[in-house]
Write a protein that binds this ligand. Sequence first.
Ligand SMILES: NC(=O)C1=CN([C@@H]2O[C@H](COP(=O)(O)OP(=O)(O)OC[C@H]3O[C@@H](n4cnc5c(N)ncnc54)[C@H](OP(=O)(O)O)[C@@H]3O)[C@@H](O)[C@H]2O)C=CC1
Ligand SMILES: O=C(O)CCC(=O)C(=O)O
Length: 485
Amino acid sequence: MSERGVFIGKLIIPRDREFYEIRNPADTRQVVAKFPRLRRDDAREAIGVAKEAFAKWGKTLPVERARILYKVADIIESRADEMARTLTLEEGKTLPDSMFEVVRTVNLLRFYAGLITRGQGKVISSQDRNTIIMTTREPLGVISVITPWNFPLSLPAWKIIPAIATGNTVVWKPASITPTIAYELVKAFYDAGLPEGVLNLVTGSASEVGDELVTNKDVDAITFTGSLQTGKEINEKVGRMNRFIRVQLELGGKNATVLSKNGDINLAVELTARSAFGLTGQACTATSRFLVPEDMHDEVLSKLIERTKKIVVGNGLKSGVDMGPLASKEQYDKILSYIEIGRNEGAKLVYGGQPIKGSEEFDHGYFVMPTIFDGVTPDMRIAKEEIFGPVLAVMTYRTLDEAIDIVNSTEYGLIAGIVTRDISEAAKFTEGVKVGVVKVNKPTIGLEPWVPYGGVKGSGNDMYKEMGEEAVEFFTRIKAIYVGY
Ligand SMILES: NC(=O)C1=CN([C@@H]2O[C@H](COP(=O)(O)OP(=O)(O)OC[C@H]3O[C@@H](n4cnc5c(N)ncnc54)[C@H](OP(=O)(O)O)[C@@H]3O)[C@@H](O)[C@H]2O)C=CC1
Ligand SMILES: O=C(O)CCC(=O)C(=O)O
């Protein structure tokens, strides 16, 4: 398997750096690609290149930037099958889920291309005669983009595209285990004619490359998605630097789906099974708690187990597979350890709870069964901590108020779902839950790119939203202009 490069201004293959292997999580005998482990100096160089490129890119007309974004969209569309396959090989999710990411990326490109040509300022009436006041939005400069592995294409895309569309330049550090699809995304930008240095890709460790992207004084803003722990670390580091820059932190979740007494049981079971076990539970939007009215518990649980038995686990490249492997050995060990924690703290394991082994198809991958714990109480670790895998906690409640309290009882606040036929119940739930997104009769997974997204509490620093028109607010600053005539 060939060695891949990085983009520092342009594509380079740094032969004097160590290369590390990316392996397929469904079959670890297969090497997907090799990438260089860059050092701090390389990241510093990339930031310098981005700063230089900003001097020109920041002054291009929106229509020129839009023209390139539309072209990137066409290129990605023409490479959709190949890119989806690469994503599955590298991260493990099923091909339809990978294709969903590709299509979302194309939609993001076209959405922001259209949006920026519409203009971003306002005209405000003045208290003085013969005066016009207006605002414009200007790009910030160099943006550090640091992203996780679970949505390795569309999640970075929803940061990079509005950043570049608004005239900023970018240095991107993808998660160490998913650089191949990152490389493909950046390549599509350059194939579309993006000027050198506007989008830079640096692969390497969090402690060197990641740290440089956070602490370098030429960085004007940081947008990060990842764990709560890393988010706190980045926040502290930036705080210690004694200068004011924007930091966007999108962190974990411990999302609940609540079945109300007035809800459709079959719908709740279907949405929960999809949101808990789809994407192998490795989504920040996944449902990891299922709250069920006490008197409906037995019927719901038996339907949930029946539905979960139908989930086909396997290599994401195979058709008919619903759930791929976990993305890495680290993930595999972590999920199995949480299953052990659940057992030890007295939750009842009613389905799964095992790695899948014993055949050629499964012996070389990080496969585990979809897992359901029943009798989970809010004080248990499996009810509070983000597991980030296919492990669902079933909990019971008596009143809607109590359900809302349970939903709010973790340190996270990303998404909450309710299944109900009663509109006033849906309204009460929506008002009561402390989260960034509410889903009514919909799965917690599945976001649309034109809708603002972001969590509260431990799920994010909640100053700016991602996606939608709102993303532009993070990547631009407002200038007010008073004109007398
Ligand atoms: N709210 C949201 O929108 C989403 C949140 N997430 C959250 O992401 C987490 C899973 O992703 P995971 O990759 O494990 O998260 P991490 O926080 O471990 O890593 C995220 C990214 O940050 C890098 N990184 C890690 N430590 C530092 C540091 N000190 N300074 C700079 N960069 C650093 C990582 O590099 P490296 O890979 O080299 O370690 C990676 O690129 C889950 O908690 C999940 O909930 C995921 C998706 C969406
Ligand atoms: O659920 C989705 O559509 C997106 C979720 C996501 O991006 C994430 O979990 O990282």
